[in-house]
Design a protein around this ligand. Structure first.
Ligand code: HEM
Length: 134
């Protein structure tokens, strides 16, 4: 029986394993490595704060997670397949490592945030189109 996600160490384990999958897949890794040029030593602790705030209401993440993704989308479009790939690896990693209420919640929140994020990228495309035809 796997354990549930219960603290920041568990979250670090989760995001580290998740990013290992993301960065090994060329269909999505370029967004992290070539465009955003993320530094994992800085990025992973931010993700730990983010998930700690969602799962345990720690309030350690106080930024707007949508913003950097909209900026990224304007540099290089985030498409449906990117969101599907991101979500598949996230769900896969959670299932490989954990089970329980928090593990379920993490997958559910990831799904809903990814959906909102995708919708916002489409809205951004539509706004641009409207501005361009004015
Ligand atoms: C197409 C799917 C996604 C891609 C390609 C992607 C890519 C990225 C990249 C490149 C960054 C670094 C941005 C930067 O520092 O400039 C980032 C940051 C982040 N991502 Fe995503 N992401 C995706 C979906 C998601 C989803 C669905 C969530 C939440 C459930 C999420 C949560 C975060 C958080 C919390 C950060 C840190 C933001 C900050 O620095 O405050 N991402 N993502």
């Amino acid at each position: 029986m796997k354990k549930d996600i219960s603290n920041r160490e568990d979250i670090l384990l989760l995001v580290t394993a998740f990013y290992k999958k993301l960065l090994a897949d060329d269909s999505i890794s370029y967004l992290f490595t070539h465009l955003a040029k993320i530094d994992l030593t800085h990025h992973l602790p931010v993700l730990v704060d983010f998930w700690d705030s969602i799962l345990f209401q720690s309030n350690t993440y106080q930024k707007n997670a949508m913003q950097p993704h909209m900026a990224l989308h304007q540099q290089s479009p985030l498409q449906k397949h990117h969101f599907d790939t991101w979500l598949n690896y996230f769900v896969q990693t959670v299932d490989e490592l954990f089970e329980g209420e928090k593990a379920f919640l993490a997958k559910e929140r990831a799904r809903s945030i990814a959906t909102v994020m995708h919708i916002k990228t489409i809205q951004l495309n539509n706004e641009k189109r409207t501005v361009n035809t004015e």
